[in-house]
Design a protein around this ligand. Structure first.
Ligand code: SIN
Ligand code: CO
Length: 383
């Protein structure tokens, strides 16, 4: 368990003063910090085909980015090199624990835990991120600088996969030590260079943009045979200019689009699916011998702990027809609102004690769903 203290701020103070507004250096955010992963383990993950990794080097002012998987680590030189591994929370339960203290932000906003290992002088250079990030300093020390958003700062590609930004003035300029945390809102230029071999943990967030949302919603309409209503103009009367698209016609066309989004059921189902789809392919441990519903009922009676597999995205919505819509890893399940508390437990916590579940008149519906999720490896009982 990592215990977060944000200087002398409460969570509400942090949210109102800093979240999405200004960067903050949190000295000793995690007291007596112990790294949940060793650099060797990180390197092991970077050898896996299904895990996204990079090595960035900056020798003699030349930036290079190499993509994993890596068979050896000759590129990770004793100085001026960084190994970065994405979505470590999917693969390493102990490292995934580092996300937990930041769950005062809704689950669906959390993207992944990226971990970097840098040798002295190593970093990814000055850059902007489109998303909020908490960068936690693990072992070693790293010198970080953070500036303010500045539209005149030019971004340029050092190479195909390394976008950087020109030199900026820093409002935070500090050497981070183990347990220190840097909060950086979107669009703030930053750069960090290791002073000693250093591990850094980035808890990253996501904020979809309009085009991603619209394109994903359009895909959903197509996949589900929705959005087929066509333009009609039975009230058309002849007019002088047939080259014109009139305001009325334009608004009718626009409303055809708006109507699709206003279909609350379609919108919620799409939203649940899209927000709960994991960022990376998941390596779930599907059970060879499935549990029956009776098995699960029995196990839950024994006051056991149920754990959500790392990287699983679980969220719920309340629907207009008084159902709870649970979305897990891109799949939607509708349950009677009586089960809201049980669904909330599944979504709000990564560990649930079985006696917290509420045995209501629709308990069997919940057990049926939970049995499926456990058999798929989405939730599991510890060994
Ligand atoms: C890093 O850990 O090297 C990169 C983190 C970041 O700047 O977002
Ligand atoms: Co960054």
């Amino acid at each position: 368990m990592f215990q977060l203290t944000i200087n002398d701020l409460s969570i509400s103070d942090f949210l109102s003063l800093y979240w999405q507004k200004q960067p903050l250096l949190i000295k000793g955010g995690f007291k007596d910090f112990v790294d949940p992963i060793e650099p060797e383990e990180l390197a092991g993950l970077a050898m896996e085909e299904s895990i996204e990794s990079r090595i960035v080097t900056n020798h003699d002012e030349t930036w290079e980015a190499h993509h994993g998987p890596f068979e050896d680590f000759s590129l990770l030189t004793d100085s001026n090199a960084t190994l970065l591994v994405q979505a470590v929370d999917h693969w390493h339960p102990n490292a995934a624990e580092l996300i937990e203290p930041f769950r005062f932000i809704p689950n669906w906003r959390i993207d992944d835990l990226m971990i970097s290992y840098s040798t002295p002088g190593g970093g990814v250079g000055p850059h902007l991120d489109q998303y909020d990030v908490f960068i936690i300093q693990g072992q070693g020390k790293r010198h970080w600088r953070v500036g303010l958003p500045n539209p005149s700062l030019r971004e340029f590609a050092q190479n195909k996969s390394l976008l950087q930004v020109e030199a900026f003035d820093a409002i935070i300029d500090a050497v981070l030590e183990p347990g220190d945390i840097l909060y950086i809102p979107p669009g703030h230029p930053h750069e960090g260079y290791a002073i000693e071999n250093a591990l850094n943990y980035s808890v990253g967030f996501r904020a979809p943009n309009q085009r991603d949302l619209i394109s994903s919603f359009a895909d959903y309409l197509i996949d589900n045979e929705l959005g087929k209503k066509r333009y009609g103009d039975a009230d058309y009367v002849a007019r002088a200019s047939i080259g014109l698209v009139s305001e009325k016609e334009r608004n009718r066309l626009k409303n055809l689009i708006i109507d699709t989004v206003n279909d609350e059921s379609a919108f919620q189902n799409w939203l649940g699916k899209t927000l709960s789809t994991p960022k990376h392919e998941m390596d779930l441990y599907e059970l060879e011998e499935s549990y029956s519903e009776e098995d699960i009922t029995g196990i839950l009676l024994e006051e056991t702990v149920l754990i959500r597999a790392g990287g699983v995205r679980a969220l719920y919505q309340l629907t207009e027809d008084n159902l709870v819509l649970l979305s897990i890893n891109g799949e939607n399940y509708h349950l009677c609102a009586v089960n809201q508390k049980n669904i909330q437990l599944l979504c709000d916590h990564i560990e649930i004690c079985s006696d917290e579940f509420e045995k209501n008149e629709k308990w069997l519906d919940f057990i049926r769903l939970l049995t499926k999720l456990i058999n798929e490896g989405i939730y599991y009982f510890p060994e």
